[in-house]
Design a protein around this ligand. Sequence first.
Ligand SMILES: *Cc1c(COP(=O)(O)O)cnc(C)c1O
Length: 395
Amino acid sequence: MRINENYLKLKDSYLFSLIAKKVKERATQSDERLIRLGIGDVTLPIVPAVTDAMQRAVAEMGSMSTFKGYGEEQGYSFLRQAICGYYAKKGVTLRDDEVFVSDGAKSDLGNILDIFSVDNSVLIPDPVYPVYVDTNIMAGRNILYVSGNKENGFLPMPEKEIKADIIYLCSPNNPTGAVYNSMQLEEWVNYAVEHDAVILFDSAYEIFIKDGNLPTSIYQIDGAKKCAIEFCSFSKTAGFTGTRCGYTVVPHELVRGGAALNKLWLRRQTTKFNGVPYVVQRGAEAVFTDEGLAQIKDNVAIYLEVARVIADTLTELGIWFTGGRNSPYIWLKCPNDMSSWDFFDYLLDKANVVGTPGAGFGTNGEGYFRLTAFGGMENVIEAMQRFRKLGLGRA
Ligand SMILES: *Cc1c(COP(=O)(O)O)cnc(C)c1O
């Protein structure tokens, strides 16, 4: 018997454990309150429209006449139709059997690889959400990288000489907060169609897009249904990181090797996945009611306001950054050419502020640093005061 030796090729994900260790040490050395701007999880609670719906669903489960057993693996049609309704408002027409409900985008982003040959090359932007890289290492796929950097505003574009079969795009991006415009996504769609490639489009942060001209779904781009799968989640949009629900769109028009990927994914899910709890799906459905949408948008507005305070401070200090406008993330260039970890240590030591070293998201993250808007307004205002006192940036 042999193990999957690809697992031995994975790098240890020491990023967050090392941060935790350094923060713990620091806490013993200083009385000043520590401010965490490295949080990669939502902090506002689930809105009442959603918890009310879940409570009603719990009651249904306790009654003989409304009890539910196994559901459809791809999700109840009431939720798939609600998701189609949400897309319709974006000008995207979907059939409900093109939508698959899941327990989250991370699971689907990893699981989707089941339907692709291990011989495919994958193209991954660097810096990146580590799940894209690790799931492909586990499968033993060849990985090519495309560079995000200061010059392209951390929005890498296709390069003619690179031949890739599977392309990961995340917009608004984690960790950089950068957002592709329609023309840029069009270039990616054209590239994918030309190369017979498939784009895996992660739109987990779509609800944070406030600028009306920016695309919130890749299907707003002509031709995308022929080359893209879209992954979204209630995690960041509605505070479901602990509740677990997401959705994946596989259009019928997406055909490769003579097979509709929709059919392959349906077969994969009905075999290996048991669906999301009824109670959670009723909660997710309530997200798309007028009341639910208004409530979650209030929460998003709070996060965006916090992001704006960070962005305004960095602008004032002359520190280069991306994000902070249509995203809860701010990605800044470490002042004075410090390395990511040097800046982490410096900020922790001098200001008792915690962020995330960009180097943890890939080679191109070195020299950069991620702050998040999930830490609360009072904390951020205090943290920005401490930033100013450090005399960073232009000075
Ligand atoms: C948080 C996040 C997700 C969502 O993951 P879930 O599994 O749905 O919680 C997906 N992609 C990115 C880039 C994320 O940051």
